[in-house]
Design a protein around this ligand. Structure first.
Ligand SMILES: O=C(O)CCC(=O)C(=O)O
Ligand SMILES: [Fe+2]
Length: 523
């Protein structure tokens, strides 16, 4: 599929260009054919007009008699032949060839791109109308969506069983349709989806109203007729059960306790909290912020004394560091160039089977680069060693990641939990992932933060910087507070690369101690 990385989407524009050229040529060929047929019909019409002016004198002339017969035999055969030539065949063959040899999106891509849009809509609280106007958080990026575009988004949501977004997008389609001079979709199609999605959300009477509206436009719409009967019967049943219930417990009024709006702020596992971090709404506490420092780091390395690293503390417990200017533009270009042809849909490890599989909660494409491939890759590895003081002997290769539309990676740990350790990293034989260095290789126009919901920290991508943290306690226990996520990319192409450092070989660099996490945080 192509929607999972922006880098692949670029190639779709080349595909589209070929299709446009083919369609232009096909139209020209059809026009030539029609032009020729028009010539024939003009000649026929001309001759015919002459003939019927004086039928007798026309056919009594042997030359006319001959040409009449000829027109209706050989000449007419030519016309028929021309009419039956399939101008489109060659062009369709070309298109089939492109489909086999070029990058082409599939229905899965269409669905993925639609789901991505609805994910962005939810995470960043974007209202449907602004999105349809091509606006993201008040910035106008693209052309407006037509009623048919909105309808398709609704239809995709419907196919995914997501009736909430079906309703939103079908309402938008209806609104857009009312303003369209050249209507791109029919109102009856929209009404059918509106009725069904609101029924699924439990509003029977509105579903019935909408179905009646549909039947006003199309009185013989058979599905609508069937649904009307069903909704009416359901409504009667509902009213009766409510009446019965009302008689039974007339005095008992149950008040549902509303969850206060801010409840999720106390719950680091709540999706709403994660999303608020992605929106940049929640900040770390003043108390912690006041303790964070910036400093120059040389790790006692004489070379680094001249050009020490600029390190910023982004959080304490767990320590999150941001290193500035640790990847050059030239290195970034090399990394992207080498990775581009090898990008594959990122996988996640199934914690039960240990198998790698694709998942909706991780949408990106990635590739692995070896130090031997290019001096720049080896330089990056050496730099990670200098930055962290940890050995690269057991580190994984550089993982390069590109995110697509709405691309994200939901909250996860980089280390393997105790029960996963049996399968994860086993083949590497280098122990668990002790630390992560995450290089940001692009700025991201909107969205795409790396957030840590357990502690409320958010890191915003900046080209050339890198985040660093320990995933494990010195005892080897995983640090649950390092749970983190890549927020959906709202605008722009996000490139990062991961260097995962492993436990073995670090014995003298980060000696193992008895410091263990508090009991409630061990996993
Ligand atoms: O892209 C990011 O911001 C984080 C990526 C990440 O956490 C990962 O690849 O494990
Ligand atoms: Fe991660």
């Amino acid at each position: 599929e192509v929607y999972t990385a922006l880098a692949d989407l670029e190639e779709l524009l080349d595909t589209e260009n070929l299709l446009i050229d083919t369609l232009q040529s096909y139209i020209k060929a059809e026009e030539q054919k029609l032009h020729l047929l028009r010539k024939y019909v003009d000649i026929y019409q001309n001759q015919h007009n002459k003939a019927i002016k004086d039928v007798n004198s026309y056919i009594s002339n042997p030359i006319n008699a001959y040409t009449l017969v000829k027109r209706l035999t050989t000449d007419w055969n030519d016309v028929e032949e021309l009419m039956s030539t399939q101008v489109s065949t060659d062009f369709l063959n070309n298109i089939t060839y492109y489909k086999e040899t070029r990058l082409f999106p599939t229905n899965e891509d269409l669905n993925g791109a639609a789901v991505a849009l609805t994910r962005l809509q939810d995470t960043y609280k974007l209202d449907t109308s602004s999105l349809a106007r091509g606006e993201l958080n008040g910035v106008k990026y693209s052309a407006e969506l037509t009623a048919a575009d909105c309808f398709e988004l609704g239809r995709q949501s419907y196919n995914n069983g997501d009736y909430y977004h079906t309703w939103l997008w079908m309402k938008e389609a209806e609104g857009r349709l009312n303003k369209e001079k050249n209507e791109t979709i029919s109102q009856s199609d929209i009404l059918e989806y509106l009725a069904f999605s609101i029924y699924k959300q439990g509003d029977l009477s509105l579903a019935l109203d909408l179905t009646n509206k549909l039947l006003e436009i199309m009185p013989t719409h058979s599905r609508a007729m069937g649904n009307k009967v069903y909704y009416e019967a359901e409504l009667v049943r509902l009213i009766e059960t409510q009446k019965k219930k009302g008689d039974d417990e007339s005095e008992e009024v149950e008040l549902e306790q509303d969850q206060p709006d801010h409840a999720y702020h106390n719950d680091p596992y709540a999706r709403e909290y994660y999303e608020s971090l992605c929106r940049g709404e929640t900040n770390i506490s003043e108390e912690i912020a006041s303790k964070l420092k910036c400093r120059y780091l040389s790790n006692n390395n004489p070379f680094l004394k001249l050009a020490p690293f600029k390190v910023e503390e982004a959080y304490l417990k767990p320590d999150l560091f941001v290193f500035h200017d640790v990847m050059t533009d030239a290195e970034i270009e090399t990394v992207k160039r080498l990775a581009l042809p090898r990008l594959q849909r990122a996988t996640v490890q199934n914690s039960v089977t240990g198998e790698l599989e694709i998942a909706q909660y991780r949408i990106s494409k990635s590739a692995w680069l070896k130090e031997e491939e290019h001096k720049h890759i080896a330089d990056i590895s050496q730099r990670v060693e200098d930055m962290t003081g940890l050995s690269m002997k057991t580190a994984e290769e550089l993982q390069v990641v590109n995110y697509g539309i709405g691309g994200h990676y939901e909250p996860h740990f980089d280390f393997a939990r105790r029960d996963e350790l049996k399968t994860a990293f086993k083949s590497l034989g280098t122990g668990n992932r002790i630390a992560t260095v995450l290089f940001y290789m692009s700025d991201v126009a909107q969205g795409g933060a790396t957030v840590f919901p357990m502690v409320g920290a958010a890191l915003w991508p900046k080209k050339g910087t890198a985040a660093f943290w320990y995933n494990l306690y010195p005892s080897g226990d995983g640090d649950t507070l390092t749970r983190h996520a890549a927020c959906p990319v709202l605008a722009g192409s996000k490139w990062v690369s991961n260097k995962w450092i492993h436990e073995f070989e670090q014995e003298f660099r980060r000696p193992c101690t008895l410091e263990r996490p508090p009991e409630h945080l061990t996993i």
